[in-house]
Design a protein around this ligand. Structure first.
Ligand code: FE
Length: 131
C-alpha cells in the first residue's frame, strides 16, 4: 500500500475537492509571481465543524529534475467551533491561499489538499520560465 494510492484527482468543474491552481502560463526567470490555490472554486466545498478542508500544500517540480520541492503548507484552522458547540463560532477559514514564487526553471506546480472526511486530492499546472 502506498499513500499515493489514496490521492484522488478529477475535473474541478465536477468535483469540489480538487485544488485549482491559478498561475500565469509564462513568467520571467527570477520574477516574483503570485499564485492562488482554491478548493471548491466551481462547486463550493462545505465549511462546517464536521466537514471542511484542513490544509493545502504546494510543491514545485522543475523540468528535468528528479525531485519535487515543497513550496509551502497552508492550514485552515477555524471551522465554526466555539464553547457553545459545533457551527456556533464566529470565524471560518476559507480554503484559499495566495503566495508568491520566484522560479529559475520551467516546471510544474502541484497542489495537494486534504478534506477531513474525504481525504487527499491533487492537481497540477505547468509554468514556463523564460530567460
Ligand atoms: Fe469533503
Amino acid at each position: 500500500m502506498k499513500l499515493s494510492d489514496f490521492i484522488k484527482t478529477e475535473d474541478f468543474k465536477k468535483e469540489k475537492h480538487v485544488p485549482v491552481i491559478e498561475a500565469p502560463e509564462k513568467v520571467k526567470k527570477g520574477e516574483a509571481v503570485q499564485i492562488t490555490v482554491t478548493v471548491g472554486k466551481e462547486i463550493p466545498h462545505p465549511n462546517t465543524t464536521e466537514h471542511h478542508i484542513r490544509w493545502i500544500k504546494v510543491f514545485f517540480q522543475p523540468d528535468g529534475d528528479p525531485y519535487v520541492y515543497e513550496v509551502g503548507r497552508y492550514e485552515f484552522n477555524a471551522h465554526g467551533e466555539s464553547v457553545q458547540g459545533p457551527n456556533t463560532g464566529f470565524v471560518y477559514t476559507e480554503p484559499v491561499v495566495t503566495t508568491v514564487l520566484k522560479l529559475n526553471r520551467s516546471g510544474t506546480i502541484l497542489a495537494l489538499s486534504f478534506c477531513n472526511i474525504h481525504g487527499l486530492w491533487e492537481s497540477s499546472k505547468k509554468i514556463a520560465v523564460e530567460e
